[in-house]
Design a protein around this ligand. Structure first.
Ligand code: 5AD
Ligand code: FES
Length: 345
């Protein structure tokens, strides 16, 4: 197993069979070596820097019905909200003072967020904070829409592909959703000049090692600037309420593998990882991650952006995440970089 880690470290790739063996291993030494090489690789690319992304959860309305997600339209008990232009600008103001230089507007697929609403807002944020990046994470939209949002000033777009294998994608999504469309969106975003983020959940119901390998191969084809992965965490008001969640061990192993396969990618230690283990994000940072995404949403709505159970960072104090993360990042041996944090070439 150690040879596989050595090979992945020196060549950046493995065969499907070798990847499967590494994904499934419980060899402690190999796991330790993977962590060491992942950290070495991230330090070669980014030193000890950790980039912050202020996450603004703009809407909990969603027209989709993904089986895993707490804000799926079928969850009639979900508390719905959407932020106004003023709310969003206030979050940016607050975030800028806290030192964030990237604002991520993330939400369900909410028809209220038209191009007519978003374009002037994006331009306004870019004009007010020219040293900041604006990232959108608003799901599948038309090519034309992505184009207009880019022209209005959006820099980046996060759209997890969720599952690159058709078989798994179909088990996680209702029939009306299309994996091909999702992939087309990602390639369109890339073509339009966005810095693109894709990704998937670890330990989703029915996910096999082969499915994960399909995800890794898709990521190799797409070559995104960012890769977001986190454990699947069941939500009690979804069809997957009684399913098992993804594990810390497998998520960390995949983070390490991703870092070695994509030495320069931006890799967040996700909120979901911090949800399944108190020190999950710190361990993520020590296994190749170089981004954290503190919650910048107004305190009033935080509990309503309820993707999965027991989500952390829904506390009462708006600035809490910033201070909390600073301590966590430093305790893990890294330092916050007060900059946009673009992907290095
Ligand atoms: N557990 C973990 N992650 C989830 N997401 C949605 N629902 C869950 C869940 N139950 C992730 C999806 C989505 C991102 C915003 O949150 O991968 O792309
Ligand atoms: Fe949000 Fe710690 S990072 S409360």
């Amino acid at each position: 197993m150690l040879e596989l880690v050595e090979k992945l470290y020196s060549t950046g790739d493995l065969s499907d069979g070798e990847l499967a063996a590494l994904i499934e291993t419980d060899d402690k030494e190999a796991t330790e070596l993977l962590k060491e090489y992942a950290d070495k690789t991230r330090q070669k690319s980014y030193g000890k820097k950790v980039f912050l992304r202020g996450l603004i959860e703009v809407s909990s309305y969603c027209k989709n019905n993904c089986l895993y997600c707490g804000i799926r339209r079928g969850n009639t008990e979900a508390d719905r909200y959407r932020l106004s232009r003023e709310d969003i600008l206030k979050c940016c103001e607050n975030g800028y003072e806290l030192g964030f230089r990237t604002f991520v507007m993330q939400g369900g697929e909410d028809a209220f967020f038209t191009d007519e609403f978003l374009c002037p807002l994006i331009s306004e944020i870019k004009a007010k904070y020219p040293d900041c990046a604006v990232t959108l994470s608003l799901g599948e939209r038309s090519y034309e829409s992505y184009k207009r949002l880019k022209e209005a000033g959006a820099d980046r777009y996060l759209l997890r592909h969720e599952a690159a294998a058709q078989e798994l994608y179909s088990k996680l999504h209702p029939e009306e959703m299309s994996l091909q469309n999702r992939k087309d969106c990602l390639f369109a975003l890339r073509e339009l000049g966005y810095q693109v983020g894709a990704g998937f959940m670890v330990g989703a119901p029915c996910q096999t090692t082969e499915h994960i390998i399909a995800d890794l191969r898709f990521l190799q084809e797409l070559q995104p600037q960012m890769i977001g992965i986190g454990p699947f965490v069941p939500h009690h008001k979804t069809p997957f309420a009684d399913e098992k969640g993804g594990t810390l061990e497998l998520t960390l192993r995949l983070l390490g593998i991703l870092r070695l396969m994509f030495p320069k990618v931006l890799l967040p230690a996700t909120t979901a990882l911090g949800t399944i283990a108190p020190n999950g994000r710190e361990l993520g940072l020590q296994t190749g991650c170089n981004v954290v995404m503190p919650n910048l949403s107004p305190v009033m709505v935080r509990k309503k952006y309820d993707l999965y159970d027991n989500k952390i960072c829904t506390g009462e104090e708006a600035a809490e995440c910033r201070g909390c993360l600073e301590r966590r990042i430093e305790s893990a041996g890294y330092e916050i970089a007060q900059e946009r944090g673009d992907c290095i070439k």
